[in-house]
Design a protein around this ligand. Sequence first.
Ligand code: DX5
Ligand code: ZN
Length: 223
Amino acid sequence: MADGIRIAPSMLSADLLRLQEQAKQALDGGADWLHVDVMDGRFVPNLTFGANMIAALRKLTDKPVDVHLMVVEPENFIESYADAGASVFTFHPEATVHAQRQLEAVRKRGMMAGIALNPGTPLGYAEELVHDFDLLLIMTVNPGFGGQSYIPSSDDKIRRARGLLAAHGSPAFLEVDGGISSKTITRARDAGADTFVAGNAVFGSADPGREVRELRKLCMQTA
Ligand code: DX5
Ligand code: ZN
């Protein structure tokens, strides 16, 4: 979007029996990206979707499909997720031995490469890899489930992440994920985030499109 922020509803919180309708509601409300949470039951204690979900959403929209892999050895999925139409491929660097190599491989397959940092994972990973990623995802909850509360100390980490990107002249997106709602989006934006994942806030609402518009409006208000 021209306003420089992106709202990325997380399909994890959508009603799976009405997936198409729910995705369309979010897109009609101005969702910029659709966020897909891939969990393997090992990196996080939950299991969700795979490449078939990405392929299904790809048929529905030309908007970027933002894939967040909470899996061990994410390298096993680069080829199939590129084939399925993923636009952003974000993984947790501690889940692979050679994070830099995987970021290169992701870019080579034409996807944006992202790294995600858990609340307890040091920002140092981002410093080491700063020229190798297109997106830095700061987790504002411990991953695994939708509907958790934003961890307040995330503000400081987002701020430091923004400083790090600026110091290195990195144009990477700075995404936040977990507990983002009309109550928390402003603090995350003030700390420096520009891309906002929201699951429960959007799909827990009777009107997901309206909620997307509301989140964007809050982001656009001056501090
Ligand atoms: C958490 C996932 C999130 C989740 C966010 O492990 O990475 O993307 O869907 O959901 P909310 O916005 O409900 O915290
Ligand atoms: Zn996510």
